[in-house]
Design a protein around this ligand. Structure first.
Ligand code: PNS
Length: 163
């Protein structure tokens, strides 16, 4: 049984991430979406919110679980006995960053491989950061994120403008 891990910040999950999961859930037996818990990086959504949004938006994919990790991804992979990392590629800029990360992970853990999956062309410009920026400035991102994420962004914006 092949267990793959799809790691990321998912702050928040976008339609681009879901596209990657829909493609890879047909390839791997089981996928764990692993949300990085980085106490030094300020996220818009806290860990629990990010995990809940992923669970709610991937419930149609039966072989997907959601978890989180601290520290090195490779240590998490070994603890889970998983040997494939899934990463999405939208463009050449992604490739440069991903190649360095993939090579470093390979250096630390030669038993683990990174598999890159090409995003659908509809999502080449979609990232969590751009979605957050536009949504918090009152822009409409409803085509770029699942409904529940769009609502969560609207709620965040309302909360932040009240502060
Ligand atoms: O969604 P992101 O922010 O592009 O995901 C990046 C992530 C979480 C996959 C990467 O930063 C990571 O693996 N962080 C855990 C710490 C780690 O293992 N760093 C070494 C990477 S070579």
């Amino acid at each position: 049984m092949t267990l793959a891990v799809y790691p990321g910040s998912f702050d928040p999950i976008t339609n681009g991430h879901i596209d990657i999961l829909e493609k890879t859930s047909k390839i791997f037996d089981r996928i764990v979406v692993a949300v990085v818990h980085n106490v030094n990086k300020k996220a818009l959504f806290d860990l629990e919110e990010r995990v809940q949004l992923i669970k709610a938006t991937t419930s149609h994919l039966k072989n997907i679980e959601v978890d989180y990790f601290n520290g090195l991804l490779i240590n998490y992979m070994h603890n889970k006995q998983a040997n494939v990392i899934i990463r999405g590629l939208r463009n050449v800029a992604d490739f440069e960053y991903e190649m360095h990360m993939g090579m470093m992970n390979k250096k630390i853990a030669p038993d683990i491989d990174t598999i890159f999956v090409m995003s659908d062309s509809n999502f080449t410009y979609v990232s969590s950061s751009i979605v957050k920026e536009v949504a918090l400035l009152n822009g409409n991102v409803e085509d770029l994120v699942p409904k529940i994420v769009n609502q969560a962004l609207i709620n965040k914006r309302a909360m932040l403008t009240k502060e």
